[in-house]
Design a protein around this ligand. Structure first.
Ligand SMILES: [Cu+2]
Length: 166
């Protein structure tokens, strides 16, 4: 029992070290990639915005965006672009004020109704102490869901994480 708790404390400490250098990491949907040093590079944190290795279907009614964040006070922007025009990034939500570190999940980030059926890219921008940081995911805009959206198991909120739309 004692051994077990020491082990979990060690694992938690390791996890904190790992995320302490990570600004933020997009966990849901599958990101185009994460590079700590290039995360400040628009539009996709140093990764090719037109990469289509892992495409997530994105209901225009909204999908779940989960991140691991290490900055205590930030603002989030959620934008989308068509694959055919990756210079035109359109906001799909107001700006979000968020505090607290760890896992942060927004369950209903909308797609663009007018782009249903098209290939696109989701862009998540964090504004904080390190300036603007970028992560993207390859998506396809699909029809709205008729039922409640499923929240992926990787999309959770850590204790103490709060957020408010501006
Ligand atoms: Cu940072």
């Amino acid at each position: 029992m004692l051994f077990k708790s020491i082990k979990s404390v060690a694992l938690i400490a390791l996890g904190v070290v790992a995320i302490a250098e990570a600004h933020f990491v997009l966990q849901e949907p599958v990101s185009l990639g994460f590079d700590d040093d290039a995360e400040g590079t628009a539009p996709c944190g140093g990764f090719n915005a037109s990469s289509r290795l892992n495409v997530t279907n994105w209901p225009t009614s909204g999908g779940a965006v989960g991140v691991l964040t290490t900055h205590t006070t930030v603002q989030w922007e959620y934008k989308v672009a068509r694959l055919s025009n990756l210079t035109n990034w359109v906001s799909v939500t107001p700006t979000l004020n968020q505090t607290g570190v760890g896992n942060f999940c927004e369950t209903l980030i909308p797609g663009k109704k007018a782009w249903e059926g098209e290939s696109g890219v989701l862009q998540v921008i964090q504004h904080g102490v390190d300036g603007a940081l970028y992560q993207c995911a390859a998506i396809k805009f699909v029809k709205p869901l008729r039922t409640a959206a499923l929240v992926p198991t990787g999309c959770t909120n850590s204790t103490g994480v709060t957020a408010q739309w501006i």
